[in-house]
Design a protein around this ligand. Structure first.
Ligand SMILES: [Zn+2]
Length: 270
């Protein structure tokens, strides 16, 4: 398996050794090892879910200590289930990392060639990670069903292509999220996918008229369709709803639940 569980001190997170070897720090946190109380126990990294901000900041600092990066060198977008993607520069470091107000407004996808780390937050939505070796650029996107239906993953690839990047050389990773085992959706959701995709083999119709939606497969299909090579797509295939000891889950726990962080940064040697 390309994704690996990793323990460092009292932290457990997932990473991809192949990306680390390339000088790309990539991580997806678990709920373990933090200071937040029920129902955000304990390693909640989301400021927007009603948790004590002091606890969240302490958790964020602990998380970033693992990567040797201060809050002032991290950029965070305001996640609105949209498809906006934005280039981040050195001067964006610190935006949204300490408070919600300074986050990059209404932007679910971030890309950068700078040394600024990109962080986004997830309970069941799909974390997408990107690396273009030719551009020395990385990216992250927040893709729930809306983002996936409206193809934010494809928008990120197009952003890199506009900068001259070759998608056939791109690396892409799909992190832990709610899986096809647990993600039952209704016709209202299915119709949005049918409107945007030629085929929807990732929607599995159930006897009750609902569908099991495979967001991993939908995003993978998008990437393959844009020319990303199969061997460069790393799917974690880990379900957040099925693993309450490791992950928060909006579907399982409701609105008052914590958030894991997706993290990516190009390690720039000076
Ligand atoms: Zn599941």
């Amino acid at each position: 398996m390309s994704w690996k569980w990793h323990e460092r001190g009292n932290f457990t997170y997932l990473t991809i050794p192949k990306w680390s070897a390339e000088g790309i720090d990539l991580g997806f946190s678990t709920r373990v090892g933090g200071v937040s109380h029920v129902p955000y126990d304990s390693f909640n990294l989301g400021l927007h879910v009603g948790d004590d901000p002091t606890a969240v900041l302490q958790n964020r600092e602990h998380w970033l200590d693992q990567w040797g990066v201060p809050l002032s060198k991290v950029a965070v977008g305001e996640q609105v289930h949209g498809t906006n993607v934005l280039w981040i520069n050195e001067e964006d470091g610190g935006r949204g990392s300490r408070e919600l107000e300074t986050a990059i407004p209404a932007t679910d996808g971030l890309v950068t060639q700078s040394s600024v780390g990109l962080m986004a937050f997830f309970a069941d939505c799909v974390p997408l990670f990107f690396y273009y070796p030719d551009l020395k650029a990385v990216g992250i996107a927040h893709a729930g069903w809306k983002g996936t239906a409206h193809k934010i993953g494809q928008k990120v690839l197009e952003c890199f292509e506009e900068a001259g990047g070759r998608t056939e050389d791109a690396w892409v990773a799909i992190g832990p999220s709610i899986g096809p085992c647990c993600y039952s959706v209704d016709e209202r959701v299915a119709v949005q996918f049918r409107a945007n995709y030629h085929e929807t083999p990732f929607l599995h119709r159930q006897e009750d008229g609902h569908y099991l939606l495979d967001l991993w497969e939908a995003n993978k299909t998008l990437f393959l369709g844009k020319g990303v090579r199969l061997e460069n797509i790393e799917v974690a295939s880990v379900c957040t709803a099925d693993n309450p000891e490791w992950f928060f889950s909006y579907r399982r726990d409701g609105a008052r639940s914590g958030r894991m962080a997706g993290w990516i940064r190009r390690v720039v040697s000076s």
